[in-house]
Ligand binder design. Sequence first.
Ligand code: DOR
Ligand code: ZN
Length: 344
Amino acid sequence: MESLTIRRPDDWHLHFRDGAVMHGVVPYTARQFARAIVMPNLSPPVTTTALGAAYRDRILAAVPQGVDFTPLMTCYLTDNTDAGDIAHGFASGVFTAAKLYPAGATTNSDSGVTDIRRLDQVLERMAEIGMPLCIHGEVTDHDVDVFDREAVFIERTLAPLVARLPQLKVIFEHITTEDAVQFVDGSGPGIGATITPQHLHLNRNAMLVGGIRPHAYCLPVAKREKHRLALRAAATSGSTKYFLGTDSAPHAREAKESACGCAGIFNAPFALETYLAVFDEERALDRFEAFASENGPRFYGLPLNEARISLERAEVKVPELLDVNGTMIVPFHAGETLGWRLAG
Ligand code: DOR
Ligand code: ZN
């Protein structure tokens, strides 16, 4: 296959940040995707309908003229989230979903949830009204090894949650393990998962062998090769439970290349190209449209996009460094050549 025309895709997990960087990153996503689920982990986080509406408007102001792009907002859950406010935010169309960060799990998650049982009322309400829950699925207990935090989260938190509230729609985000794939495969239709391009390309050796590579560091951290292979199999399996979510997370170069570098991989500029490399290698190009453009909206109960985009087999060189409206950021695949590009 030399070219591929598919429904315009959506990104079901994305960080836009705010301010100048946001103005720099929004155009990269909007040129490829019709919609994106926007993460609320700003500082301070997007915890109320009013904050969500204001952030949505700031994003819309950064969309280039003539480009059709809709940000889908999420509400950052805390121990004090008001069930009435997020239900109002959902009913009024400001929020598409709510996001659960276990407190301390990742970037700007300090205001996250300390114990999921504190959210019983909020989650019951979400289940009632059909509001999806996006979950960063890692425990934060200091005695749990960072490579085990996703698997332990399934056992301690996610499986009990799904058993308690079987009607709640849950997106197990940026899954990184075979354990997660098995859990999602074995769950009912209300449990879906997003998969990032970095977790399809990188294992933990890519981050640690021959020197520590901060630009391969994200959370959840990349795991062993067998897990990467399980994720590639899941993404390309044709199962409707898996969909595209880049977790593109821009950080300034110096914040990554530091004694305590932050987590996050900026993959937005070549997001479709990096996913397509995987589907091509797995001989599953015919399954790319479902993963990128159909499974996500169906899971969320949203209409499929009508517009089409085309991708063509052609070499694209990824720059070593990008000037993102004044912030220098190293993109995913920096300096590499990818084999597909967005046409037109
Ligand atoms: O690598 C990550 N970066 N993982 C996350 O969960 C958060 C994100 C960020 O906000 O930078
Ligand atoms: Zn994320």
